[in-house]
Design a protein. Structure first.
Length: 192
C-alpha cells in the first residue's frame, strides 16, 4: 500500500482553525480511498463546501494536501497548533530543512496506525438486495452498462438521496448521478 506524508485539517465545524495533523497517509490500491489515524477519506471531486475530502463514516469534510517546505500548511492561512505524527518527525524535518520544530506551533503525537480496510470495505460494499431484486452495488456500473430496470430503479434511488441525503455534497453528487442516468434513459428512447 502506497503511503505519503500529508497535511490533514478538519474543516467541518471550523473556519480555518480546526484540528490539523501531519502524518502518514496510506492509499488504497485504486488510490480512491486515503487512510489516516483509523479513518478513511474519499475525494469530494470539487463538490465540497470547504474541504477537498470527506471522512467516509462521519461525512465530515477535511482538507488534505502535501506538506509545504515553508511550513505554511494551514489551509487559507488559518491558525492553531498542528499535530505531527511522531513516526514522521525526522522525515518532516528534512522536508522543511530544519533541525527541530517550534513547540508553540506543533504537538508531537501518536496516531492509530492500523488501516481499517476491512471495516471500510464493509461500509462501502454492503450488498443489499432491494425489494425489486436489484443488487444495490449495480449503482457503480456506468449508465450504459445498466439494464432498463436498473436505470429506472437507480433514478428513483438517487432522486431520493438527492432530496433526503444528510450532507449537501452527497445530495449534490446524487443529483448529478441521477441526471446522468436520466440522460441515458432518454438516449435509449431515441434509438430505434
Amino acid at each position: 500500500m502506497k503511503s505519503e506524508i500529508k497535511y490533514i485539517e478538519l474543516k467541518t465545524g471550523y473556519s480555518d482553525n480546526g484540528p490539523a495533523w501531519i502524518g502518514i497517509v496510506s492509499f488504497s490500491k485504486t488510490g480512491r480511498t486515503l487512510y489516516f489515524d483509523g479513518k478513511a477519506f474519499q475525494s469530494l471531486n470539487g463538490n465540497g463546501i470547504s474541504g477537498n475530502y470527506y471522512e467516509i463514516e462521519s461525512g465530515d469534510e477535511y482538507w488534505i494536501s502535501g506538506v509545504k517546505k515553508n511550513q505554511n500548511d494551514r489551509h487559507l492561512s488559518g491558525g492553531g497548533k498542528i499535530n505531527i505524527e511522531k513516526r514522521v518527525l525526522s522525515e518532516y524535518l528534512q522536508i522543511i530543512n530544519q533541525t527541530n520544530l517550534k513547540e508553540k506551533d506543533y504537538d508531537i503525537i501518536e496516531v492509530e496506525e492500523e488501516i481499517p480496510t476491512a471495516r471500510i470495505n464493509d461500509i462501502e460494499n454492503q450488498k443489499h438486495e432491494s425489494e425489486s431484486g436489484i443488487d444495490i452495488n449495480k449503482r457503480f456500473l456506468k449508465p450504459t452498462e445498466m439494464t432498463n430496470d436498473e436505470l429506472k430503479y437507480f433514478i428513483d434511488y438517487y432522486k431520493d438521496h438527492s432530496i433526503n441525503g444528510t450532507y449537501l455534497k452527497g445530495r449534490k453528487n446524487s443529483r448529478n448521478t441521477m441526471n446522468e442516468l436520466i440522460a441515458e434513459k432518454e438516449n435509449r428512447k431515441k434509438k430505434p
